[in-house]
Design a binder for this molecule. Structure first.
Ligand code: MF3
Ligand code: CO
Ligand code: CO
Length: 269
């Protein structure tokens, strides 16, 4: 066998100056989530949340990353109930019992920050609450599996081994991603274990998102042919997601989008 067989994939590795740029972007994105959180309430229209996030981003001199990205029409993604991801803000009113994921991405001095949270609107069902809690915990189970020179496989293995026994499926059609001066770059971070990720090794200095989507029923999804964006569960069951941008340092994972006011590791919803 040639040496080539063993050659490992290389990913963008950031210097300390570049890491400072990534940290600033993550910090602003987190501040933006802190700003919008109190507005995610029964009676609000998702388009109003979109406007609030857009204006706050612009007022601080930064760029809404999703607006116009591959033709995406808005600033944020608002994914309600059986919507897995990429829900487009609209006149839809958030109602008591809904769950909604807000996914925010900004560009700060050329660097991207990307995170999402699922919110429970008013009183939700026990099933919805349990799904949201498990998805939040699954994100941190994934983050805690990250170590210098770990494989991507280990992250997805940890997430799936956590979610499956609790009765949830892990979405396979959408994954985490490298992030930096580009929104989506290498490495792809599947949340479901794939053999080919076993030799994909993460050295200190790589930056990527972890963003597991867990479903109440099947892992399979459908893409809305009318808008080309909205992703739903194939069986109409609930889906939840949480996302953070992670910088892998020599000391382990650093969560760049962790908010002061937002849900901390171990929190109970
Ligand atoms: N923020 C999403 C992610 O986590 C991507 C949204 S792309 C958009 O990667 F165009 F739909 F906004
Ligand atoms: Co992302
Ligand atoms: Co995102």
């Amino acid at each position: 066998m040639s040496l080539r067989t063993y050659r490992r994939k290389q990913y963008p590795v950031y210097t300390s100056t570049e890491r400072a740029g990534l940290r600033r972007a993550g910090r602003f994105n987190a501040q933006l989530m802190d700003f919008v959180r109190e507005f995610v309430r029964p009676g609000v229209r998702t388009i109003e949340l979109d406007r609030l996030v857009h204006d706050y981003t612009r007022d601080h001199g930064h760029i809404p990353a999703c607006l116009g990205y591959k033709g995406y029409p808005n600033t944020i993604c608002t994914s309600i109930n059986n919507v897995v991801c990429h829900g487009i803000p609209s006149n839809t009113i958030l109602r008591d019992g809904d769950i909604v994921n807000l996914d925010l991405t900004t560009i700060v001095d050329g660097w991207y920050g990307d995170q999402s949270e699922t919110f429970m609107i008013g009183e939700t069902s026990t099933a919805a609450r349990r799904l949201v809690q498990t998805t939040f915990d699954a994100l941190f189970v994934g983050i805690r599996a990250i170590k210098p020179f770990c494989s991507i496989y280990e992250i997805s293995r940890a997430i799936t081994d956590f979610a499956h026994p609790l009765g949830y499926s892990v979405v396979r059609d959408y994954q985490g991603h490298g992030i930096g001066r580009k929104f989506h770059q290498e490495p792809g971070i599947p949340h479901y274990p794939h053999q080919h990720t076993k030799n994909q090794i993460l050295p200190p200095g790589v930056c990527f998102t972890v963003e597991p989507m867990l479903n109440g029923g099947t892992h399979q999804t459908t893409l809305d042919p009318r808008d080309g964006w909205t992703v739903r569960t194939a069986d109409g069951m609930l889906s939840a997601q949480f996302e953070h941008t992670i910088l892998l340092t020599e000391d382990g994972p650093e969560i760049l989008t962790l908010t002061q006011d937002g849900p901390q590791e171990g929190c109970r919803f």
